[in-house]
Design a protein around this ligand. Structure first.
Ligand code: MTE
Ligand code: MO
Length: 367
């Protein structure tokens, strides 16, 4: 057995060589951190177990019976609550679509070596918990408060930096009334992998903001610059400051039509009338247009868009296709009320973040 090379793990994240295949390290991450099978786009609420999963380190064991959440820092009154105290507070449920900021990374060239998502790092659940804002008000933030830092119980190393998983929100975002401390997913206690016993849910933001296994909330007087705040930025070079990731760019995905070939994943569809369907979302504003193409994005037709079941969740869309024998490249794209839409050529960035390239699925239509 060779000893781990600690020097190698403190170097900048790697870019894959041209034509370099997925490494065993990436497969190791991909086997732990699964995506949502795209056929689950048929459901408003992603069935338990089909929601995507992303955990940087190990899933920590947090004993619900001894669990406490502490709230401190620049507050007049420090709080320390056990699960019963949190559960006895006003209860709210929201349907929220979460998407990992690295979704789509594996298709970038050069490929940033990390969790190799294709497009399936998304899911929608019914998240139940209590709003964070009243708790912050009870603790009384001091006037110098700038950021609220959330710490998870998980621990690891990234680029040589040993750390607990930590992310912050500016006070105004933390005070939004739909930011929740969540203890139930889909009507059942949070499963270990999704943050048991308590996690944060920040609707509209990429997943990294929704800290799992939340143990501590700390109010600070300067923008928090912990590792995960510097990592989740859109930058061209490792040394660049870059732009912090916040809200989710618009995206539509389709349920791949027909049935797959096991190994190549090629889709085969019988000729005839078929309903192409999927879901579309944006963290910036409501989705107001979804278009479908069967010729790889040369021509587009409008799909029918249904109202979203919750303003924080994806909306269903459908499009009727009279499919005749032949080879097609079925694509979908969404736009939102803020004017944002999906690119046909994806701009590259060093971490492979906020990729919302249009999805295209090759389909062979047969008799
Ligand atoms: N404590 C902790 N919280 C975390 C993470 C983590 O590794 N540790 N991963 C984040 C990232 S990058 C994403 S995309 C979401 C994924 O949430 P899910 O696994 O419940 O889908 O959790 C976020 N919260
Ligand atoms: Mo993520």
């Amino acid at each position: 057995m060779t000893a781990p090379d600690l020097a190698a793990i403190s170097t900048p994240s790697r870019l894959a060589e041209p034509c370099e295949g997925i490494s065993l390290e990436e497969v190791q991450l991909a086997a732990r951190n699964h995506g949502m099978p795209l056929e689950a786009l048929r459901y408003d609420v992603t069935p338990p177990g089909m929601h995507y999963l992303l955990t940087h380190y190990d899933i920590p064991f947090v004993d619900p019976s001894t669990y406490r959440l502490t709230l401190g820092g620049l507050v007049s009154r420090e709080l320390s609550l056990d699960l019963d105290a949190i559960r006895s507070r006003p209860q709210v449920s929201h349907l929220v679509t979460l998407e990992c900021a690295g979704n789509g990374r594996a298709r970038l060239e050069p490929r940033p070596v990390s969790q190799p998502w294709l497009v399936e790092a998304v899911g929608t659940s019914r998240w139940t918990g209590t709003p964070l804002a009243p708790l912050l008000r009870e603790a009384e933030l001091e006037s110098s408060a700038v950021d609220v830092v959330f710490t998870g119980a998980d621990h690891g190393i990234e680029r040589g930096v040993e750390q607990d998983y930590q992310r912050s929100l500016p006070v105004a975002e933390a005070m939004r009334d739909d930011v929740l401390l969540v203890y139930e997913m889909h009507g059942a206690p949070l499963p270990p992998q999704h943050g048991s016993p308590l996690r944060l849910i920040v609707p509209g933001w990429y997943g990294m903001a929704s800290v799992k296994w939340l143990t501590r909330i700390e109010v600070v007087d300067a923008p928090f610059e912990g590792y995960q705040m510097r990592a989740y930025r859109v930058r061209q070079r490792y040394e660049d400051d870059g732009v912090p990731l916040t809200r989710i760019e618009p995206r539509a995905l389709l349920v791949p039509p027909g049935f797959p070939d096991y190994m190549s994943r090629t889709r085969v569809l019988r000729a005839g009338r078929t309903t192409v369907e999927g879901r579309a979302w944006s963290g910036w504003a409501a989705v107001n247009a979804v278009e479908v193409s069967t010729d790889g994005g040369r021509t587009w037709e409008s799909a029918d868009l249904e109202p979203a079941p919750d303003p924080r969740a994806w909306a269903r869309w459908t499009w009727t296709w009279d499919a005749t024998t032949g080879s097609y490249d079925v694509c979908v794209r969404a736009g939102d009320e803020s004017g944002r839409s999906q690119p046909v050529d994806q701009p590259w960035n060093r971490g492979g973040y906020a990729n919302n390239l249009v999805q295209c699925v090759p389909v062979a239509v047969t008799d």
